[in-house]
Ligand binder design. Structure first.
Ligand code: GLU
Length: 453
């Protein structure tokens, strides 16, 4: 199949195809081959102009998109990303990943993704509000609680979802669960903010348990985390709660390192400052901060964490796509890293994945984002269920459901990998397991619905 010249989308496509082809799936059930050319083209792409007024009263214009990739399993579902790098290649890769990720949650959600090349950094609240209203003015007619339910992603958090929801409600005269990640006092689900980060850690709990026959856990493990946004923050807090040591966090400008362990207090401070677009360098350099004067962390400009720490047991890339290179993967393996699970989407380059997969024989175990980070969208699915029933579940209820979803997702990836791998191993490829399990679920629905025959 000839794909358009979209590098990120091609990378995500190849990851899936390689996983499927390097298994026994197509020899056992050749009909699945027919699904590939159909599933790899979005059902619909909406592209629109977003013209909005900045604080100086000037007009600014951005490119808005929504990729409605696949609706076999439910309404299109996936986040909105506001970042200057956003383009169709990135949104198609994210939408494509989302189809199979959502399938792995076991809930009824199709796959989609959207966003804009708008840079929220340094914008005032009023600018962000005006931008969100202008964005929704274009998007509102294409979404709906049974059609397409966007949520957050990089650059889109609770504040943006609030503004987008308010705009939708006014334009459509309709209060419905059309977005997830809503405020907790007006339709949001408890644990949604925590879900992606917590979910990654729950998934890794099972990896450790399986690999060590239940002998080990997060306790005493050194965990390198990249990123310092929503996913990284809650992954760090859960690791700390489970007795692990968080040795790093990062942002686009540099990393903070602490071999003693970044504290929960420090994570809370980072979370507060990040909403105001402060960089890690500014946060840790703030001499008035009790958290950072009591426990010192080291700031390293211009570097990702992977090569900066001598001993690492677990790596959780939780910043953005392609944030682990082949060389960095080698450094992680050298540092003793045994578990890698992506909080970000496509966090590892193809070269990095090769390094991890080649080292499976040395007990290095890699989990791709579409499995490890499905907790976020899973709780979005639970938010949709609560909205439809007009009820709210307790934090404990949602957290237990999230745990169950992550544990089941792990088992599904593990068993599918055992079933379809050419080689037999106690540590089968979760890369293959995740891709094959997600793909089969979507493909079967497409056959049933006559999308493929
Ligand atoms: N953006 C998140 C993801 O990559 C969440 C999507 C959602 O909740 O719909 O899965």
């Amino acid at each position: 199949m000839v794909l358009p010249n979209e590098p990120e989308f091609q990378q995500a496509y190849k990851e899936l195809i390689n996983a499927l082809e390097d298994s026994t799936l197509f020899t056992e059930e050749p009909k699945y081959k027919k699904v590939i050319p159909v599933v790899s083209i979005p059902e619909r792409i909406i592209q629109f102009r977003v013209a909005w007024e900045n604080d100086k009263g000037e007009i600014e214009v951005n490119n808005g998109f929504r990729v409605q990739f696949n609706s076999a399993l439910g309404p299109y579902k996936g986040g909105l990303r506001f970042h200057p790098s956003v383009n169709l290649s990135i949104l198609k890769f994210l939408g494509f990943e989302q189809i199979f990720k959502n399938a792995l949650t076991g809930l009824s959600m199709g796959g989609g993704k959207g966003g804009c090349d708008f840079n929220p950094k340094g914008r005032s609240d009023a600018e962000i509000r005006r931008f969100c209203v202008a964005f929704m003015r274009q998007l509102a007619r294409y979404i709906g609680q049974d059609t397409d339910v966007p949520a957050g992603d990089i650059g889109v958090g609770g504040r943006e979802i609030g503004f987008l929801f308010g705009a939708y409600k006014q334009m459509q005269n309709n209060w419905s669960g059309v977005l997830t990640g809503k405020g907790l006092n007006w339709g949001g689900s408890l644990i949604r903010p925590e879900a992606t980060g917590y979910g990654v850690v729950y998934y890794v709990e099972k990896m450790i348990e399986k690999a060590t026959g239940g002998k080990e856990s997060f306790k005493g493990k050194k965990v390198a985390i990249s990123g310092s946004g929503n996913v990284a923050q809650y992954a760090a807090l859960k690791v700390i709660e489970l007795g692990g040591t968080v040795v790093s966090l990062s942002d686009s400008k540099g990393s903070i390192i602490s071999t003693e362990g970044i504290t929960a207090e420090q994570v809370y401070e980072i979370a507060d400052a990040k909403i105001k677009f402060k960089s890690l360098e500014e946060i840790v350099g703030n001499t008035a901060s009790a958290a950072f004067t009591k426990n010192k962390v080291e700031y390293k400009a211009g570097a990702r964490p992977w090569t900066l720490v001598e001993q690492i047991d677990i790596a959780l890339p939780s910043a953005t796509q392609n944030e682990v290179s082949g060389e960095e993967a080698k450094a992680l393996v050298k540092a003793g890293c045994k578990f890698i699970a992506e909080g970000s989407n496509m966090g590892s380059t193809a070269e990095a994945i090769d390094v991890f997969e080649e080292n499976r024989a040395n007990q290095v175990w890699y989990a791709p984002g579409k499995a490890a980070n499905c907790g976020g969208v899973a709780v979005s699915g639970l938010e949709m269920a609560q909205n439809s029933q007009r009820v709210s579940w307790t934090a404990e209820e949602v957290d237990n459901k999230l745990k169950n979803i992550m544990y089941t997702c792990f088992e599904n990836c593990y068993e599918t990998a055992q079933k379809y791998s050419k080689e037999k191993s106690d540590l089968p490829s979760l890369l293959k397991g995740a891709n094959i399990a997600g793909f089969i679920k979507v493909a079967d629905a497409m056959f049933d619905q006559g999308d493929v025959f």
